[in-house]
Design a protein around this ligand. Structure first.
Ligand SMILES: [Zn+2]
Length: 134
């Protein structure tokens, strides 16, 4: 059912875990497989310096999130937002059609984590401003 590249990524997933004090965090789920995906990001100056994932997902969810986290480390947050599930699937040289939806999890979790990061950044700058004007 899976090609060798997907099987390798599933058998030896990279970046598994949770980053303590993450700058951004996103959790998404899909009802079809019951997959749940949590992505945590360490971001410095808008650049992703570390990314980890945790999933109760199927083999496709694990392979695609391992690949997606590898792809976004070293990218700016804007670049990471361009990493679509199609690009991850292309990198893995294809997924069975019924498993494509699993690859969407990583993309959505990354987007959510970046949104979370941006919201936190805004809060920080608001706090700063209020301190400056007190
Ligand atoms: Zn799945």
């Amino acid at each position: 059912m899976y090609n060798q590249k997907v099987l390798d990524a599933f058998a030896n997933p990279q970046n598994v875990g949770v980053i303590e004090n993450a700058d951004g965090e996103g959790t998404v789920g899909n009802a079809t497989c019951g997959d749940i995906m949590k992505i945590t990001l360490k971001i410095e100056n808008d650049k992703i310096v570390d990314a980890k994932f945790q999933t109760f997902g199927c083999a496709a969810a694990i392979a695609t999130s391992s690949t997606a986290t590898q792809m976004i480390i070293g990218m700016t947050v804007d670049e990471a937002l361009q990493v679509t599930n199609a690009k991850v699937v292309e990198y893995l040289e294809g997924l069975p059609p019924q498993k494509i939806h699993c690859s969407v999890l990583a993309e959505e979790a990354i987007k959510k984590a970046i949104e979370d990061y941006r919201a936190k950044q805004q809060n920080k700058s608001v706090d700063k401003t209020s301190i400056e004007y007190v």
